[in-house]
Structures are given as structure tokens and as C-alpha cells.
Design a protein around this ligand. Sequence first.
Ligand code: HEC
Ligand code: HEC
Length: 295
Amino acid sequence: MISSFFNWWVIVITLVNIFACYWLIKWTMKSRPNESAAGESTGHKWDGLEELNNPLPKWWLWLFYFTIIFSLVYLVIYPGLGNFKGTSGWSSHGQYDAEVADSNAKYGPIFAKFAATPIAELAKDPKAIKAGERLFSNYCSQCHGSDAKGTTGYPNLSDNDWLYGGEPDKIKQSILMGRNGVMPAMGPALGKQGVEDVAAYVQSLSGRKVDSVSAEAGKAKFQVLCIACHQADAKGSYLFGAPNLTDTIWLHGSSAASIKKTISEGRMSKMPAHNEFLGEDKAHLLAGYIYSLSN
Ligand code: HEC
Ligand code: HEC
């Protein structure tokens, strides 16, 4: 019901607008009771210039008529009138699909050639890097930044700090399969003071000045609740994507407040899987580009 309402809604508004344009032209051409005769002065004068009551030039008028006819013809041929698809069968989806098929035919062999080269080798090939960079700015930069340096919640891909590992095949797997980083909410298990203490301990790991009694209490809790993922030395684990907590690189912000928030409320990050719409070959090339950034 709703869809047919909007179908007619769009059709009526569009057609009324077009006919209103025609009516407006006709209406402005009608002579009015107090109007001066054609070619005579309208009585408006300014700075020695006088306005005469001249009709629009014919060619100008026909330009208006032409645009009206054009829009009607256009609406018959192309989609525009509600759900009516137009007689040509053109659609933006169809055009997109055709362009994708086109570019696959054109660039597929190039990607296939790169796909046969090991990722570590690609990272040394300026041509491959250039092509990978282009793919990156299309598919990845909205999250990881055009320089791949990331931002809060989105990891930097150009340094040597990895959540899931920086070996070529690990990077490629991140791209193809996606990743889910889940830091569970520990507030309920720790309590308010517990969160304070563990946060103090976490901050002490990267050399920050903290209350040592609180950090000591936090360390004991850390060894019970956190090491399954972050490991006893707090250097993290690629298996869970648990970050290294002993360095000064922070995925979710370095302030004491954001560290406490992470511990108490947890965090969830999702790297979407790209295998479906990128395919193996492009992911391979992208992995080469990412690998080149830190190697
Ligand atoms: C919708 C946002 C988004 C897009 C688009 C995206 N990523 Fe990610 N990516 C993330 C997030 C968030 C993470 C961190 C996941 C986690 O913490 O578990 C991540 C993680 C990664 C990792 C693992 C980093 C590590 O330290 O182990 C790699 C590699 C990566 N992305 C590459 C890419 C590439 C290449 C593209 C483009 C094809 C891309 N990403 C597109 C959000 C995105
Ligand atoms: C089930 C595994 C798991 C456990 C248990 C766990 N973490 Fe995490 N932690 C993670 C993961 C995964 C991330 C990264 C989340 C993301 O990708 O957004 C993370 C992120 C963090 C961060 C943010 C790091 C940054 O760079 O911003 C801190 C701080 C942290 N954890 C502390 C702790 C503390 C303290 C505990 C124990 C009280 C704990 N974690 C228990 C898996 C875990």
C-alpha cells in the first residue's frame, strides 16, 4: 500500500510541476488590464534607461518549450516517474553491474598477475604498491584513514603493532575474513574500586605514574581476570586480538577515563569481511600494500 502511494505521489508531483512550468509561461504572456501596449514604455526608468514592454524573443520562448518536451520524453525513456522503469530498461544498478563487469575484464588479468606474487615480494614492487594504495583509498580509508594511521577504535595499519599479527598471511586473513575484537565488560566482576585498581595497574605497565597500592591490588585481579586474553605479561594475544597493554599505543584512547571505560563497559570492534566483494586477488594486493607500510 505504502509503496503504491509513493509511486503516485512522485508521479503527480513531477507531472504537476512540468505542466505548471508550461502554464507559467502562458500566464506571463497574457496581457493585463493596466499594461502599456507592446513596444511602449512600462513607465520604469532608471539612470537614463527605460524599460519597454517587449515580449520574450521567440527563440527564448522555444527554449522553454523545448525543455518541457525534453523532460516528458526523458521520463518516458528513463526511470523517473514513480515506479515506472522507462522504456529503455536503463537502471543505475544495471549500469553499475556493467561497469564492474567491464573493469573486471580489464583489470582482472592485472590483479591475477599480482596474485601470483608472494605478498612480501609485492611490498617491494612500486607498481603493486601504487595499485594497492588506490584500492585502499576506495575500500579502507573511511575507517583506517587515507594514510592508514587509523583513529580511535580503528587500528593504525602503518606501524608494527598488530592486534592479529603482521605476517603477510595474517594481514590477508584480516582483510578476507574480517575480525571481531571483543573485550568483555569487567565492571560487574570488578566493582568500582576494582576497576580503579586494575586501571591503575594497566597504566603502570606503560610507565605512567599511578598510586602504587592501587596498582598492586589491580595486578592481583589482572592475573585472575585478564590474562586469558591479554597474557600474564599483558603483551596481548593475536588469537583474541587482545592488544598489548604495555606499550603507549591505544586502540580506544589513552586517557585514564577511556581505559576505565574499556575495562568497566567492554569494547567491541568489527573489521568487516571483504572476501565477497573484493575477492581473493584484490585482498592479496591490499595485503601487499599494508605489509609495505611497516616493512
Ligand atoms: C567499517 C570499518 C572498516 C573498514 C571499511 C575496514 N576496516 Fe580494517 N579494521 C576495522 C576495525 C574496527 C579493526 C579492528 C578490529 C578489532 O579490533 O578486532 C580493523 C582491523 C584491520 C586489520 C587488522 C589490524 C591488526 O592490528 O591486526 C587489518 C589488516 C585491516 N583492518 C585492514 C583493512 C583493509 C585492507 C581494509 C580495506 C579493504 C579495511 N581494513 C577496511 C575497521 C574497518
Ligand atoms: C575475552 C578476552 C579478554 C579478556 C578476558 C579481557 N580483555 Fe581486554 N581486550 C580484549 C580485546 C579483544 C580487546 C580489543 C577490543 C577491540 O578490538 O576493540 C581488549 C582491549 C582492552 C583494552 C583497551 C586497549 C587499547 O589499546 O585501547 C584494555 C585497557 C583492556 N582490554 C584491559 C583489560 C583488563 C584490565 C582486563 C581484565 C579485567 C581485560 N582487558 C580482560 C580481550 C579481553
